[in-house]
Structures are given as structure tokens and as C-alpha cells.
Ligand binder design. Structure first.
Ligand code: SF4
Ligand code: SF4
Ligand SMILES: [Zn+2]
Length: 629
């Protein structure tokens, strides 16, 4: 298997005789070793399904007036980086173009690649321009209107074009619309230049052909995963569960678990933000397959917390802990006294952030859960090939052009997927859009902040800052919420010796000051006055004063000590007010110094050693990093 991320291109093979991708060394149907072709790394190639194929077809029809070359063909997509959705389109074992979703235009665009131009040059009914080539190299050049001899069909600025120049075939983009070419010095921009023609394959294929061509490969893939699972479980007497999210990866894991194990349960976390199709699918699936379904339900947890935290962001997913981890820990505790080994469908290719996943991992927040990742090295095409080969019924949402299936308002959704949600579930998207509009008003950010998806980051990445520039919008680099930390005085020497730091935390007050004082016990020894709302915290090497109004002053013998005590106290303050009652801190305290009531944690000062582990595990404390960014 190819190692992801190291190279810019990744190789795959295509059998031209059978018209399909081959995943192993040879085509199972004809024995051919196929033709090599390359896609961009990491190469998590996936089949293009349902509405996705309609989107691709409509774009080729719009720009080049033909879809004949796509008829009865297997279409694959390969995700590449971009401001939103960006997928290389693979037809007949060639990257013919790139499908992009533009956040500025709020629509899909097509970028033609050279193989696409060589394939379509003769058959395209529009979007073809013939030029008298100017002397010298063409690649990267702008062509003046007076050098254009002929155009086929009309086009607009930025539309993709096939440019014919003598015996050369090029990809290009319109710099002027077709009715203004004559007056334009820069009428067309040339991108890539090639020669010859690629014949359109007459072979008609379906996904059944893809599976037949890859059976041997799938057999090996399955048996290796099955034997990994068997050999680990064989030595462990604790119950086995499968994390069943309703997505394709957990479905493939079901196929493996079914082969490897005699008994296991399905665990489904209903975050309260699932698509109705997913909830129905999971329930029906469990029933049809006679499986015990253990459901963890977050209920209204998201809506109860979103007012305090603000919209979840890609870089601040408080919702995952509140709506997933918290209910999950509770059902594991309630159903599996000795803990559980959970099979999960995590894959390396799925995330640029996770370049390695071990077969056995431990859930850092659930001490009695061991996680097995049997498909960690599978690519999406492997997963789909396996699902079809084993005839496993998948969630119908994949046919609606979702690449991943999760919560409907997830900040990690692509804007293009959000559009699909608006189409298929106007009620759900309306509820979320309504919240975002109210939040935008309260936080004094313009409508564009919501419309172009800026809300999805706490700290804007460069690509979104660039988008703001292009749209001529003034968007703050850090999203301002109702929670803020204003540093009054950075770390500086004190007149009385040592160093101090002072800030004011603005946090919606949900609980009384006794809670603040209680949580500060995780930092050090606490004395406090409820009447005056002042708490004094002493640690081995620092002191901190915390006031009900949010003022926090930390003093230490060195700048580092003052800063450390300050950070710990701000985190305790945040936790005391914003606690989502997820119970994770209690599970992570080895001294059992935390008990959780309906209103949040209580700290036993006799048992607490101020180790800070509870704060490390807390989603609310994590907010600190965003406040000081
Ligand atoms: S303080 Fe504990 S219970 Fe509250 S949100 Fe943090 S980890 Fe969860
Ligand atoms: S994890 Fe337990 S012992 Fe450590 S600071 Fe938190 S409450 Fe105290
Ligand atoms: Zn073949």
C-alpha cells in the first residue's frame, strides 16, 4: 500500500480492457496488470455516487456541451486541498478535471485538466477556441483577441476552455467573455499544453465490474483485518463493541467484526444533531442484522450549551465532547462494568491531521475503553469495494453527495454539503441558520460572516483571510464571542517582589461564586468570601486573587510561575461557569476528588492533589487557548 502524505502524487492502476480501477497488482477479471495513472496525494480515491455524478455531468454539459464520454462509466473523485470542496475527477483512469465549490460564487466550478482537453477536443460542442499561436511557449501565456480564429459556443469570464493551437491542444480559461474577445488584449489564459488525442473508451461498466475486478484484493484486505481483530480479542475476555455511526467506515468494520467475532454490540451516539436518515438507518440496520444496539443519547445538550460557547468551530469543537464523548462515557459505564474493546472505523487517509493511527489505542477520556482500528490503512475505494463485495447496506445519504456523514451542522461540513442539507432538510438548516443570525446580531458581526461560513473558525486560517480580502470584507482574525479575556497587565515585575499578571475574564455568569471558589481548589488552597466574591488561592510557588467580576491577578516568584497559576485559575473560572456536566473530569481524576451533581463538579480538597488532570480533560478549559490566541 502507498504511504500517504510523503509525495505530491500517488499511483493507481486502471484496467482499460474491463474499464475499471484495479486496487491490487492485477485485474481479477482479465488478468491484466493495467495502466498506471497518478492522482494528487494523499490519494483517498472514492467512487462518485448518486447526485455527485449529476453535478459532474451538469458541469461538463454547461461548459463543453457533452456528457457522452461519461455514459455508463465509473467515476472516481480524489480530494485535494482547496478553500472548500475540491476533487480531482477520474474518468477512464485519467484525471480529466477538478470539481471545486466556490465560496465567493456559492456554486460548483469545473477546472479542466489536460487529459480532459485531449479527450474532449473533438467531441466538445462548446467551450473550444481555435487560435493562431503566437511565437514561443504557450504555457502560462495570455492570448489576445486578435489571435483568436474561431470559437465554439459562448462563454463567460473564468469559464474553462479547450484551446486548439495548430497541432497543440491546451487547457485554458476565459479572461474575457466570448462577446468581448475582439477588444481584449488578454482574452484567454493558457494553462497546460499537450498534443494528440485520447480516444473515448467504448467500454460500459458498473460498480459490479469494479468489485469483480478486485475480488482477490478484497479477500486479502478482509482476512488481514479479521485476523488482526481475532488475535487481539482472543486474549481479552472483556465485551466487544462496534462504534456504529451510520457512516461507511463503521459499516466496513461491521463486515469485519461479523467475520471475526461471535458476539458484539453496536454502539450509536445520537448527538441530537444527526440527520433523520442516519438515525433510521442505524436502527433498521441493527434490526435487520439482529444486533443489540446500545444507544447513547445527547438529547438537547447541544442547544443547552450553544448559547454560552457560541457556534462550534473547526478549531473549537466543544460539541464533540458535550454531545459525543459525554453520552458515550455514560453508556459504557452503565453497560460494560469491566470496560469494553471498541472497534472503530478511523482511517489515516481521512485526515491530514492524523498521519498515523495505531491498531490498538486507548481512549484518553474513557479509561476503560480500548479502541481497535482494523481499517486504519484502507482508502475510501477499499472501503466501498468491500461494502459492495459483502453486500452491506449503506446509508442513503451517500447518494446525496455527502463525502462524510455526521452532525448536520458540523463546522467541518463543506459549504457544498451545507447546500445539500438546505435542499433535503430545510427545517434543520432553517433552525441552525436562525441561531446563526441571532448570534451574529448579538455579537455584532455582519451577515456576510455567516453567509460565507466565517463562523466555522475561532481563528481564521490564511485561506479564509484571503477570501475576506477578495470579498473586501473586514473580518476579525479571532472570532469574538460573549466569552473574552482582556489582559490588563502582562507579566511584569511587582513592587513587592516577584512577578504578576492581571486580566479580566468576561464570561456569562451561570452559577454563583461558591462554584468558582470550589473549582479553584484544583489549583491550590482556597480561602474565599461569598459576600464580597473574592477568592485567594495559594499554590507552592504562587498566589492568585479571583474576583466575582472576573478580575484575576496572579503573582509568582518567576514569570513562568505567575503565568502558570494565572492559566490554571482562568481555566478553573471558565469551568465553574460554563461546565457542560459531561462528567469527563471526574473519570480522569485518579484521586476520585471530583463528584458530579446536576449542577456540575464538586471538588474534595482533602483528596485533591492539584495535579491538573481534570482541567486537561475538560472541554471548557480548552477554551482558554482560544481566548489567549
Ligand atoms: S468541569 Fe468536568 S463536567 Fe464540567 S465540562 Fe469540564 S470536564 Fe465536563
Ligand atoms: S484531577 Fe483530581 S486530583 Fe487532579 S486537580 Fe483535578 S480534582 Fe484534583
Ligand atoms: Zn481487466
Amino acid at each position: 500500500m502507498t504511504t500517504p502524505f510523503k509525495h505530491a502524487k500517488v499511483s493507481f492502476r486502471w484496467c482499460d480492457t474491463c474499464g475499471t480501477l484495479i486496487l491490487g497488482d492485477r485485474c481479477n477479471s482479465c488478468g491484466s496488470s493495467g495502466r498506471e495513472f497518478k492522482v494528487s496525494a494523499p490519494g483517498d480515491l472514492r467512487p462518485c455516487l448518486g447526485r455527485g455524478t449529476e453535478v459532474v455531468r451538469s458541469l461538463f454539459m454547461k461548459y463543453f456541451g457533452t456528457t457522452a464520454f461519461l455514459e455508463s462509466k465509473l467515476l472516481f473523485l480524489n480530494k485535494i486541498s482547496g478553500e472548500d470542496r475540491a476533487d480531482e475527477i477520474v474518468v477512464d483512469g485519467r484525471v480529466v478535471g477538478v470539481l471545486r465549490f466556490s465560496l465567493i460564487k456559492n456554486e460548483f466550478l469545473l477546472e479542466l485538466r489536460l487529459d480532459g482537453a485531449l479527450l474532449l477536443a473533438r467531441v466538445a460542442k462548446r467551450g473550444v477556441v481555435t487560435i493562431d499561436p503566437p511565437p514561443g511557449h504557450l504555457k502560462g501565456k495570455n492570448i489576445s483577441g486578435k489571435d483568436i480564429r474561431e470559437t465554439k459556443g459562448s462563454f463567460l469570464i473564468e469559464d474553462p476552455l479547450i484551446v486548439l493551437a495548430g497541432n497543440l491542444v491546451c487547457t485554458g480559461a476565459a479572461r474575457a467573455s466570448s462577446d468581448k474577445l475582439d477588444d481584449s488584449e488578454k482574452a484567454i489564459g493558457i494553462r497546460d499544453v499537450g498534443k494528440g488525442e485520447i480516444a473515448i473508451s467504448k467500454k460500459r461498466t458498473d460498480w459490479g465490474d469494479f468489485v469483480r475486478a478486485n475480488v482477490s484484493y478484497l479477500v486479502v484486505l478482509e482476512s488481514s483485518a479479521v485476523s488482526d481483530v481475532k488475535s487481539f480479542i482472543g486474549n481479552n475476555p472483556i465485551p466487544v463493541t462496534l462504534s456504529f455511526s451510520g457512516g461507511k467506515d463503521s459499516l466496513a468494520c461491521f463486515g469485519i467484526a461479523r467475520k471475526a467475532l461471535r458476539a458484539f454490540d453496536l454502539i450509536f451516539v445520537d448527538t441530537g444533531l444527526e440527520f433523520p436518515e442516519t438515525v433510521r438507518y442505524v436502527q433498521d440496520f441493527a434490526k435487520k442484522n439482529h444486533m443489540r444496539l446500545v444507544k447513547a443519547d445527547a438529547g438537547e445538550a447541544f442547544w443547552e450549551q450553544v448559547g454560552s460557547f457560541g457556534p462550534p468551530a473547526k478549531d473549537f469543537r466543544w460539541c464533540c465532547k458535550v454531545c459525543k464523548l459525554a453520552p458515550l462515557t455514560s453508556v459504557i459505564e452503565a453497560n460494560y462494568l469491566k470496560g469494553t474493546i471498541t472497534i472503530e472505523g478511523n482511517r489515516i487517509y481521512e485526515s491530514f491531521a492524523r498521519a498515523s493511527i495505531d491498531f490498538v489505542e486507548h481512549n484518553p477520556f474513557v479509561p476503560n475503553q480500548i479502541i481497535l482500528n482494523p481499517i486504519r490503512e484502507w482508502r475510501a475505494v477499499d472501503v466501498w469495494g468491500y461494502i459492495w463485495w459483502r453486500n452491506l447496506e449503506y446509508n442513503q445519504l451517500y447518494d446525496e453527495d455527502f463525502e462524510r456523514i455526521g452532525c448536520y451542522l458540523c463546522p467541518s461540513c463543506l459549504a457544498s454539503e451545507w447546500r445539500t442539507t438546505e435542499r433535503i432538510h430545510p427545517d434543520l438548516s432553517g433552525k441552525w441558520n436562525g441561531f446563526l443570525d441571532r448570534w451574529a446580531k448579538e455579537n455584532d458581526v455582519g451577515k456576510e460572516f455567516i453567509a460565507h461560513g466565517f463562523w466555522r473558525w475561532k481563528i481564521l486560517p490564511p485561506k479564509m483571510r484571503k477570501l475576506a480580502e477578495q470579498l473586501e470584507l473586514k473580518i476579525p482574525r479571532v472570532r469574538s464571542d460573549r466569552i473574552a479575556l482582556k489582559v490588563v497587565k502582562g507579566v511584569s515585575p511587582c513592587a513587592t517582589g516577584g512577578y504578576s499578571i492581571e486580566a479580566v475574564a468576561s464570561i456569562p455568569r451561570k452559577r454563583d461564586f461558591a462554584r468558582v471558589a470550589d473549582m479553584l481548589k484544583t489549583v491550590g488552597q482556597v480561602r474565599y468570601s461569598g459576600e464580597y466574591e473574592i477568592a485567594l488561592v495559594r499554590t507552592e510557588d504562587s498566589t492568585v486573587k479571583v474576583f466575582g467580576g472576573g478580575q484575576i491577578v496572579a503573582t509568582g516568584s518567576t514569570p513562568e510561575r505567575a503565568e502558570r497559576a494565572f492559566e490554571a485559575s482562568v481555566k478553573a473560572f471558565l469551568r465553574s461557569q460554563l461546565c457542560a456536566v459531561c462528567r469527563i473530569c471526574a473519570k480522569n481524576c485518579r484521586k476520585r476528588a471530583i463528584t458530579i451533581g446536576d449542577d456540575g463538579p464538586k471538588v474534595n480538597e482533602e483528596l485533591c492533589t492539584h495535579c491538573g488532570k481534570c482541567s486537561e480533560a475538560c472541554v471548557v478549559a480548552h477554551y482558554y487557548d482560544k481566548l489567549v490566541a
